[in-house]
Design a protein around this ligand. Structure first.
Ligand code: NAD
Length: 360
């Protein structure tokens, strides 16, 4: 298969971790007979330095012409970098917001799982960590409270702020379909999280999710109230497969799920639109404190590339090979500095990439 990618290395550790992910994709290409073609575009601080803006329209056009985008991370030290003295619409993060909007990325996927070898990094009780977990948090990204109308006004002499939470049935249906499609590639269970005992938007959410579920008889659907879900994530995370929820609930719950998985350097993510197109990136930031030192953990980016193989290109066997190679490297005792502990062998960012390639 010919896979055409736009690559955004970005700032900080971005170039280091993306280089390792590209190495892994090339190894997959050699082993399984695929070709990965990369066109690099600028976004974030490096784009500001080169062009004066965090993302040019030309760069967006390149991204739109490809099958997927592989992204490192963008931004610098928010206290000391000159990029943060610019107006908000010219700062590095504005590039990220622009590309998400331009590409119509409405579904955010963040896997949260616990590797046997990293169980000691899990902040949950040992008996819960022992059972392990492997879930996919799916958050609606372009609707709800963060995009509704808002204003602040004085009402009868009292300052009053209003935010509105709006969803229409089409917005709910398209992400529900994505969630059920993804559940079909996993353990075939969807937990839809809402606040249907209080909110109208949640009652519509529940109704539309139930309609979509009828097209997926093999997938088990359960509904859970958001407050209960927050509790269940720390009490019994093993029960979850795909967790589907709206924007603000997903913002909070996906961070909770990340936290129980251990290191930020392990957490991959994807944002998808209605087609097979996706943007794949690590959940962490540009880590300016360790940038340029070949110390960063490239696994989050490498696992993001595996998600790309699975969800954009339907290359499940190839994605399995990458994920299994990561597991084997951890089992063999190799660790980057963020997950290093006594009795394990410390390796650099590029050494970790090489070790994973060898095992593919
Ligand atoms: P951060 O995630 O960059 O770093 C937090 C801590 O985690 C740091 O100690 C860092 O060294 C460590 N860390 C992160 N990724 C790592 C990895 N792969 N390997 C080893 N250690 C890793 O968060 P921050 O310091 O709050 O933000 C730094 C910059 O990143 C800011 O400009 C922020 O706006 C930006 N940011 C970008 C994205 C993105 O590109 N999507 C996301 C979050 C933050």
């Amino acid at each position: 298969m010919q896979c055409n990618l736009a690559v955004i290395k970005g700032d900080g550790i971005g170039p280091e971790v993306v280089t390792e992910a590209m190495k892994v994709l090339d190894t997959v290409g050699e082993k399984f007979g695929h070709t990965f073609d990369y066109e690099q575009i600028l976004m974030g601080g490096c784009s500001i330095d080169a062009t004066g803006v965090p993302l040019t329209d030309e760069a967006v056009a390149v991204a739109k012409s490809k099958d997927a985008v592989l992204l490192g991370s963008i931004g610098g030290n928010t206290s000391t970098s000159p990029w943060y003295k610019l107006p908000p619409n010219l700062r590095p993060e504005a590039g990220l917001l622009k590309i998400r909007k331009e590409l119509g990325l409405f579904a955010n996927l963040r896997p949260a799982n616990l590797y046997d070898e990293l169980k000691e990094a899990c902040p949950l009780k040992a008996e819960i960590a022992e059972r392990g977990f492997d879930m996919m948090m799916m958050r609606e990204l372009t609707g709800g409270l963060y995009f509704g109308e808002r204003h602040t006004e004085e009402v009868d002499g009292v300052m009053t702020a209003v935010d509105t939470l709006t969803y229409n049935e089409n917005e709910i249906r398209r992400i529900a379909i994505k969630a059920f499609d993804i559940a079909m590639k996993r353990r075939k269970k969807v937990t839809s999280v809402d606040k249907a005992n209080v909110l109208d938007s949640s009652r519509l959410w529940r109704k539309v999710v139930e309609e979509v579920a009828k097209d997926y008889p093999e997938v088990e659907l359960e509904h859970m109230l958001v407050d209960n879900c927050a509790m269940q994530l720390v009490k019994d995370p093993a029960q979850f497969d795909v967790v589907l929820t709206e924007n603000m609930f997903g913002d909070i719950l996906s961070d909770e799920a990340s936290m129980i998985s251990g290191s930020i350097g392990m957490l991959s993510s994807a944002s998808l639109n209605e087609t097979k197109f996706g943007m794949y990136e690590p959940s962490g930031g540009s880590a300016p404190d360790i940038a340029g030192q070949n110390k960063a953990n490239p696994i989050a980016t490498i696992l993001s590339a595996a998600m790309m193989l699975r969800y954009t290109f339907d290359l499940d066997k190839e994605a399995d090979a990458v994920e299994n190679a990561v597991k084997t490297v951890l089992k063999d005792g190799y660790r980057t500095i963020d997950i290093h502990s006594e009795g394990t062998q410390l390796v650099s960012c590029s050494e970790m990439g090489d070790l994973i390639c060898e095992r593919i």
